[in-house]
Design a protein around this ligand. Structure first.
Ligand code: OAD
Ligand code: ZN
Length: 407
């Protein structure tokens, strides 16, 4: 698929060792809570993973009118195709919008400033200090890991050789029980330890360092948050992780270590349970499985106390994760950073409302279109954190003896 980077071989080895040896702190709660109680029903349980947009549709209404736009790149990226299902080509230039709101709309953001600046002001003034980040595959594409749904480059457009009945089958529990091989082949290719965290990961780490990160909810299974050094207690791996593994035998569920499973995967063997001979699967959440208990344990308190929501690099098409954007209070500002517009409301209270179409209360949604890394760098600049962000990343690269310091 052409996304394995040979340039980071040396680093790879070190990261891998560090991950396996537990140099990076392990999350006890994640380790203890990945038994997927609903996984043996064979049917999608209430809270099992499913592909449904956050807003019940209306994502195609991409090109909206904004009264003011500020672009931060002279890149001539073609932006004619940017509806969510059709976006192709180079990343769009980073664009921060100042929406033109319907008359009489009460906005959280002063009309004379860009919404990103307003958000930076909230952070600087201490108004936002319980920040939740919700992340998806888009925060890791700059590390060389493909996302899932981007046309041509996304994983689901590149699985032809696996001969799947449909692309998502590779992460479907029912298909896996019958045909486990494709998943293990892919797992070997994407196995954590081969990639370096992006600036977006370090931006989240910086939020933690400043004591502003309430929680980082990620759908990613690449472990790059942990690799970037974010406290595992502040991470919710909503779709699980490779950190632990279990036998999927319905009456067995024996736990296996990451190291044991990894060895099997890298020897091209299918890991099987020593007790019941069922398949042993890393605790990443498949379609048809329930999310880790930790997700449900934390979300009510977290989203109830959140005072700024930052959503980065996700299509918001997979439930129940996508709906979390509606779980913060009506007055809480929400910032989306993504290459394309996603998660927009088809009715009041069902998603983002960047244009104030459904404002029933205060308009509070901000949008930065473009790359997560570029947006994080810009936000860091607005916050006066540029040097700290660079230092965090460089310290990491030095520690892992990387050659290329700052691509
Ligand atoms: P998707 O591939 O569905 O969406 C990634 C989004 O990020 C898209 O809207 C891209 O345009 C955008 N994007 C890509 N690179 C970007 C970048 N550098 N900067 C900004 N935006 C970028 O990935 P997820 O939303 O994470 O679940 O997918 C959700 C779940 O679907 C995954 O966790 C996985 C998958 O099937 C399971 O396997 C259970
Ligand atoms: Zn077993």
């Amino acid at each position: 698929m052409g996304f394995n980077s040979n340039a980071v071989d040396e680093l790879t080895k070190k990261l891998e060792d560090a991950l396996i040896l537990g140099k990076f702190q392990e999350s006890k709660s994640v380790g203890g809570g990945c038994t997927h109680p609903h996984s043996d029903t064979g049917n999608a349980a209430d809270n099992s993973v499913a592909v449904v947009p956050a807003s019940g549709g209306d994502h195609e209404s991409a090109q909206e009118e904004f009264s003011d736009v500020e672009s931060f790149s002279s890149s001539s990226g073609e932006d004619s195709d940017d509806d969510i299902t059709m976006y192709r080509g180079p990343p769009p230039p980073l664009t921060v919008y100042r929406p033109f709101l319907p008359e009489g709309t009460k906005s959280l953001f002063p009309s004379e400033v860009l919404s990103l600046d307003a958000i930076a002001d909230m952070i600087k003034s201490g108004t936002a200090r319980n920040i939740i980040v919700m992340a998806g595959a888009g925060i890791s594409t700059d590390a060389g890991i493909p996302d899932f749904r981007s046309p041509e480059t996304g994983l689901y457009d590149n699985l032809q050789s696996y001969k799947l009945p449909y692309p998502e089958a590779i992460f479907s529990i029912d298909y896996f029980r019958k045909q486990p091989k494709p998943f293990y082949v892919l797992a070997k290719e994407l196995y954590p330890g081969q990639f370096v965290p992006t600036k977006s990961h370090f931006f989240v780490k910086l939020l933690e360092k400043k004591g502003l990160l309430r929680r980082h909810y990620t759908q990613n299974i690449d472990c790059l948050e942990r690799v970037a050094g974010i406290d595992p207690g502040l991470i919710v791996e909503a779709h699980g992780s490779f950190h632990t593994a279990h036998c999927i035998g319905r009456k067995c569920l024996k736990e296996y270590s990451q190291a044991w499973v990894k060895e099997k995967i890298f020897q091209d063997e299918i890991p099987r349970c020593s007790v019941c001979n069922s398949l042993v699967k890393p605790d990443i959440t498949f379609f048809g499985e329930g999310l880790p208990p930790r997700f449900f344990e934390l979300l009510e308190n977290d989203f109830g106390s959140c005072d700024l929501l930052v959503v980065m690099g996700t299509s918001l098409l997979v439930q129940p994760f996508a709906s979390l954007i509606n779980d913060v209070a009506d007055s809480v500002p929400r910032l989306l950073i993504n290459r394309v517009r996603v998660g927009e409301a088809s009715a009041p209270g069902t998603g983002f409302d960047f244009d104030g179409k459904h404002v029933g209360h205060t308009h509070r949604d901000a949008l930065v279109l473009g790359d997560c890394d570029a947006a994080c760098v810009l936000l860091a600049e607005r916050l006066g954190w540029t040097d700290e962000l660079a230092e965090l990343r460089n310290a990491f690269l030095e520690e892992t003896n990387s050659l290329g310091q700052d691509q």
